[in-house]
Write a protein that binds this ligand. Structure first.
Ligand SMILES: Nc1ncnc2c1ncn2[C@@H]1O[C@H](COP(=O)(O)OP(=O)(O)O)[C@@H](O)[C@H]1O
Ligand SMILES: [Mg+2]
Length: 423
């Protein structure tokens, strides 16, 4: 039993920096995996995953890719009825800040190795299509054998040819080569990063009529698919029945994440009931928070050493997470919003305390809490928090109603120990 666990196993028991690829470590989410599976089976359907930050969108997308490539282990684990192994050619692209338009997106898909480029090499007719982008571009591909990311190349290419036509032809050639039985699945993660996605809805509509066997799965931070695509017209038909609105995880599902982590270190260190409950309460539905805190807690406990983690221990870890800036982005946003003012920090925390079920905050509720913290003029600080100077973490919904822009940040506000002191 007391076989020594390595530090490597400890630091990888929770994975705050990585989405879950392995079905064994993927907790809960049966209903959504089921919806996704049906979306994959439905001819002509595209998939979309929308939801908040840190809620598990990319992890679900990874699972969808596994299933689309014929790995049914998650379906088996979740007892989802299945009678076949799917066989899609899958590609995954996360949009960074460089992809600003749909044309950028298409050229990136065409010229990235892990996306279409790898297949274009092997299929002469597809290669010929790509060469239309610009004389010489294909030579460059052959010569360098590396990804073409130079913006100048891309811009020129777009000027000389219609990239959407080339994209369609290339995909068509690959589909004709029948490399896989079910066609091609293209997962576009962080779709919300695309500044101007105008034309994407139109594009997939036309691809759907001209090509069968191409599926998109678009993934991003948004309230719904319309917002994700910044589309005014209805997109319902394009994503018929296969938009997955990913909510926070249930308590039992978050508990499962802790179980899986304990199992992976053969229960060398465990969480007692109070530690589990605290961790789950703090996470507020966000698996990311469970991984962030769990990871720090295990590292600390391992070094001490300590073999059981309770509520008190978790609270101690929260301070460490803030001090060490374990999540520099969330911590940076927190510091920017507070900007060394006790009063503003008190108002920020008060706003979290009174969030209603629908996410809205009635100012009069928040002011009551803030006054208990001895804040003189809370409305002034709410005024600050909506401005860009303080990170615009709070959004005005309508007269007297506000909400947090991002529920992951709101969760951090709740969990983070006070930064300032009342003077
Ligand atoms: N179903 C799940 N089971 C266990 N951990 C999960 C699950 N979904 C997400 N996570 C974890 O939560 C964190 C955030 O997940 P991620 O998929 O990156 O979210 P998003 O893409 O929505 O920001 C990661 O640390 C990931 O490992
Ligand atoms: Mg993600």
């Amino acid at each position: 039993m007391s076989e020594k666990i390595s530090i490597k196993e400890i630091v990888n028991a929770f994975t705050p920096a990585k989405e879950i690829s392995d079905a064994i470590k993927f907790a809960g989410r049966k209903e959504y995996v089921n919806d996704a599976f049906y979306g994959l089976l439905t001819e002509g359907a595209n998939l979309a995953i929308v939801g908040g930050r840190g809620i598990g969108k990319s992890s679900l997308a990874r699972q969808i890719i596994n299933i689309a490539q014929g790995d049914n282990s998650l379906l088996e684990k979740l007892e989802i009825y299945n009678d076949q192994k799917l066989d899609f050619l899958c590609m995954y692209l996360a949009c960074g800040n460089k992809i600003k338009t749909v044309n950028d997106l298409l050229s990136r898909l065409l010229t990235t190795h892990s996306c279409l480029l790898e297949w274009i090499y092997d299929i002469p007719s597809a290669n010929k299509e790509l060469s239309k982008l610009r004389g010489g571009l294909d030579v460059k591909i052959a010569e360098l054998g590396s990804e073409i990311t130079e913006e100048t190349t891309t811009t020129k290419a777009i000027q000389t040819h219609d990239i959407d036509v080339i994209f369609q032809n290339v995909v068509n050639e690959i589909l004709k080569a029948k490399i896989t039985k079910n066609g091609i699945l293209i997962v576009i993660d962080e779709f919300d990063q695309i500044e101007d996605p105008t034309g994407f809805a139109k594009l997939i509509k036309s691809l759907a009529t001209n090509l069968s066997g191409l599926k998109f799965c678009i993934v991003g931070v948004a309230q719904d698919i319309q917002m994700l695509m910044k589309e005014h017209e209805s997109t319902d038909r394009l994503f018929a029945g296969s938009v997955i609105n990913l909510p926070g995880m249930e308590k039992s599902e978050l508990n499962e994440i802790i179980d899986d982590a304990e199992k992976s270190i053969r229960k060398f260190i465990t969480f007692d009931q109070t530690g589990r409950e605290k961790l789950i309460e703090l996470a507020n539905g966000h698996p990311y928070i469970v991984h962030l805190i769990g990871n720090q807690a295990l590292r600390s406990a391992y070094l001490e050493p300590s073999y059981e983690i309770n509520e008190e221990y978790i609270i101690k870890i929260l301070r460490q997470i803030a001090e060490k800036e374990a999540d520099p982005v969330l911590e940076g946003r927190y510091k920017r919003a507070v900007a060394s003012s006790y009063q503003r920090e008190a108002v920020l925390k008060s706003l979290f305390e009174v969030i209603q079920k629908d996410g809205e905050i009635l100012t009069t509720d928040a002011y009551k809490v803030a006054i208990d913290f001895d804040v003189d003029n809370p409305s002034q600080y709410v005024g600050h928090l909506v401005t860009e100077d303080y990170g615009a973490e709070i959004v005005k919904v309508r007269e007297r109603y506000y909400r947090f822009r991002d529920s992951l940040f709101a969760t951090y506000v709740k969990a983070r120990p006070w930064l300032t002191k009342k003077d």
